[in-house]
Structures are given as C-alpha cells and as structure tokens.
Design a protein around this ligand. Structure first.
Ligand code: ADP
Ligand code: MG
Length: 252
C-alpha cells in the first residue's frame, strides 16, 4: 500500500519523511508488545501534522521512530531520501541532531540555570563559538516571545513560559522538523492556545515542518492535517485546505 499522503501528486523524492509498513515491537518483557503495527505515512517539508489517538495507542513510539530516537523493527523508513535502516548509530545520531528538534509534555529544563542558558546548552555540546551561540539564543528566544525573560530561571516562569523556553531550546539547533509529544498536555487551554499560535507562526512564516502528538482537537485544528491513530495503526486522516474555516474552540 502506498503511504497515506496529504497530496495527490506525492512523489517520494519530495517527501521528507516516508514510512512504509513500519512496525515497532517492544521485547523488553516476556510478552512482546507491538506498539506500532504497520504504519504507512508520508510527510512533506512544510507540513504541520497532528497525530491523535487514545493513550497507549503507540503515538509516542511512532514519534520516536520518526525522530530517530528509536528504530523500526519492521518495514522501511526513508528520511530526506536516506534509508534509516541502513545507517549506523553514529550516522543516525548525526542526522537526528541536524534535522530534528524535540519538545515534550514535561519541559525538562534545568532549574538552576537561566532560561537563556538552558537554550544555549545544546549549542555548547555542539561546540559552537560564543558569538554564534549568543546570536542563536537571542533569535530563538525572540521566536517564542521570551527575549525579556532570558535571565529568569525556570522556577520563576509560568508553565507556558517554561514550555516556550523548551521550544526555543529545540529551535536553537535550527532543525528542519519540530517533533512535539503532547506539548500542551500540562497546560491550561488558554496557555495551550498560545503555544499553538507559536507553532502556527513557525510553520507559516518560517516553513518549519511540525509533527505533534495531541489530545486536543482545538490544538490539532491549528495544523494542516490530522492523522488518527489507534492500536498502533493509522485509522484515518483529515486534511485542512488553506481556505477551509478553522473550527475554533472545538474539542476543549
Ligand atoms: N520502552 C518500552 N518498553 C516496553 N513497552 C513500551 C515501551 N514504551 C511504550 N511501551 C508500550 O507500547 C505501547 C504504546 O505506548 P506509547 O507509544 O507510549 O503510546 P501513547 O504515546 O499513544 O500513549 C503501550 O502498550 C506501552 O505500554
Ligand atoms: Mg505518549
């Protein structure tokens, strides 16, 4: 079966992410757990996709496979034209660091250093010079509207502000794809909408590809496509055309 696409013209060469009948079985316990069970999906550069489905349906597993934090145990995954299975661990880590930025439900910030220092940290690991680090941190904090708060430490910030710091930390590596696992899951609906407004701007104005997992239909409606997921499989998709009215407030 050809991967489900938002486009009718879908040539594989133009697609950033192409999954062909991808499986991920966990074999940690006595009984194997098939978390992803035959997913065929393609995502082009510039898309804003939301994966929705019940708890335990394999959404995080799928996102981790897409982000190369985990490997498929079956099927085929090509990322920017590269076959993921054929890559060694170092090459996979290199492509992951170059292509992806990650945001999680829990913000995972270091509490004792400032917001700006949290954002800078991945660049220090990467060995970038101080001038370039400073430029990128400033630009990432500006993208999330937090430039004036850079000197605050995470405990001094609200949940929404902490998530914005985490988004800036993901952006600072200048990724092509932002992967977000329930980014508004710990936030109230108004703050969640603020986060989605940032995603929308990053996607619309900077062309950043965004793939998020969300339980919120109103969050999903900020994107361009919803992939419905259940029992490790894609069960349906909705594509929003640019002219289609956005159902604001739905699903809160
Ligand atoms: N590291 C792991 N080892 C074993 N089983 C796991 C692991 N991670 C997730 N699972 C199992 O895989 C299934 C899908 O989990 P997950 O991808 O986290 O779903 P979701 O994000 O949709 O809640 C669940 O049954 C879960 O218990
Ligand atoms: Mg999950």
């Amino acid at each position: 079966m050809a991967p489900a696409s938002s486009r009718s013209d879908g040539g594989v060469g133009r697609d950033l992410i192409v999954l062909w009948d991808v499986h991920r079985v966990y074999r940690t316990g006595n009984v194997p757990v098939p978390a992803v069970r035959g997913v065929s999906l393609d995502i082009a550069a510039g898309e804003f996709v939301t994966i929705m489905g019940p708890s335990g349906s394999g959404k995080s597993t799928l996102l981790n496979v897409i982000g190369c934090l985990d490997r498929p145990t079956g099927g085929r995954y090509t990322l920017a034209g590269n076959d993921v299975q054929g890559m060694g661990d170092r090459e996979l880590a290199r492509i992951r660091n170059r292509l992806f930025g990650f945001v999680f439900q829990t913000f995972n910030l270091l509490p004792r250093i400032s917001a700006a220092q949290n954002v800078e940290l991945p660049l220090i690991y990467r060995g970038l010079g101080a001038l370039e680090r400073h430029r990128r941190v400033k630009s990432a904090l500006r993208d999330v509207g937090l430039e004036p708060r850079g000197n605050h430490r995470p405990p001094q910030l609200s949940g929404g502000e902490q998530q914005r710091v985490a988004i800036a930390r993901a952006l600072v590596g200048e990724p092509r794809v932002l992967l977000a696992d329930e980014p508004t899951g710990n936030l109230d609906s108004v703050t969640g909408e603020e986060i989605m407004a940032i995603f929308r701007t990053l996607n619309g104005e900077q062309g950043l590809t965004i793939i998020q997992v969300s339980h919120s239909l109103s969050a999903a409606h900020h994107g361009k496509r919803i992939v419905h997921f259940r029992d490790g499989m894609v069960t349906g998709q909705e594509v929003f055309s640019p002219s289609a009215p956005v159902l604001s407030g739905a699903g809160r």
